[in-house]
Design a protein around this ligand. Structure first.
Ligand SMILES: [Zn+2]
Ligand SMILES: [Zn+2]
Length: 295
């Protein structure tokens, strides 16, 4: 299992997830050149991808999907509603490459099983993805108004989670956005705040998550320092030390994040010989236990 964020935020989102049998790109909000360049950072080639999975039709997630499909003949997995909503952004594509999926119904790319799950967001049928792998599952979950019961159940026990931490509550409140936009962002179908990400992080780590990448940070209403401090403090209040009990990082806006790699989970920083390693035994829990937790 290997995963990293290529880009994260309103100017473009894309996450790479590699399992023992498949190379997947979740969302592609970057152009063809940016995609090739970002993957090459970790010696990967877009032509070797097995599929693109699309979470929802917003342009920061789908602007580069059509180009990548045409250039590399890549299959696309998305829900029917999202397909209809994203069609005009995809341009002319080979429809035989389109695979329609249903939220909460697992599907497979090669031998890799993937669970798409509904997320509360102002898109027609937005989903997050849980990618299953023998060395630990990976969850990608951005663009959600709140950490719903269904979302937490879907992510429960994931070893690595790319989790939205979109805005700082005070920065949004005092910032320049018009009132309707502030309400949209903070609403139940908008985005997750740092505080909410902190609560979600506590829950996820309690149920076995070993590494978190805070993602989709707002450029105007957040910064990596604030997101890290807020989530780190929430963890600490609950006896969880970031860096020791779990790994915590942010997904950069314009460049690749460090890689999360199993079997011993580690962060390897691009171009650096410094490797911070957290040796962790997999402690995945029985998913049935997740239903008993109070919201
Ligand atoms: Zn987005
Ligand atoms: Zn969105």
């Amino acid at each position: 299992m290997l995963s990293f964020s290529l880009r994260s935020g309103s100017s473009g989102n894309s996450t790479y997830v590699g399992t023992s049998s498949a190379r997947l790109l979740i969302d592609c909000g970057l152009n063809g050149r940016q995609l090739a360049r970002a993957l090459s950072v970790y010696d990967l080639d877009p032509a070797e991808l097995d599929a693109i999975l699309l979470t929802h039709e917003h342009v920061d997630h789908c602007s580069g999907v059509g180009v990548a499909m045409r250039r590399y003949n890549l299959p696309l997995y998305l829900t029917e509603k999202t397909y209809l909503a994203a069609r005009s952004s995809l341009g002319k594509i080979d429809e035989s490459l389109v695979h329609l999926i249903t939220p909460e119904t697992p599907f497979a790319v090669r031998d890799t099983e993937i669970l798409p799950f509904s997320t509360p967001h102002d898109a027609v049928d937005s989903v997050g993805f849980r990618v299953l792998d023998s060395s630990g599952d990976i969850g990608v979950c951005t663009d959600l108004g709140y950490f719903s019961r269904d979302v937490r159940t879907a992510l429960c026990g994931c070893r690595v989670v790319f989790l939205e931490s979109n805005y700082d509550v005070d920065m949004l409140k005092t910032g320049p956005y018009p009132r309707f936009l502030k309400q949209r962002i903070a609403g139940r179908r908008g985005h997750l705040s740092n505080e909410e990400a902190g609560e979600a992080a506590v829950w996820l780590v309690r149920y076995g998550t070993e590494a978190l990448s805070l993602s989709h940070l707002s450029e105007n209403n957040n910064n990596p320092g604030r997101a890290m401090v807020t989530v780190r403090e929430a963890l600490l209040k609950n006896g969880i030390r970031a860096g020791q009990d779990c790994l915590l990082q942010t997904s950069p806006r314009y460049k690749c994040s460090p890689i999360f790699e199993s079997a011993s989970l580690q962060i390897e920083t691009e171009g650096s010989s410094n490797i911070s390693t957290k040796r962790a035994e997999s402690n995945r829990l029985d998913l049935r236990g997740c239903h008993d937790v109070k919201r």
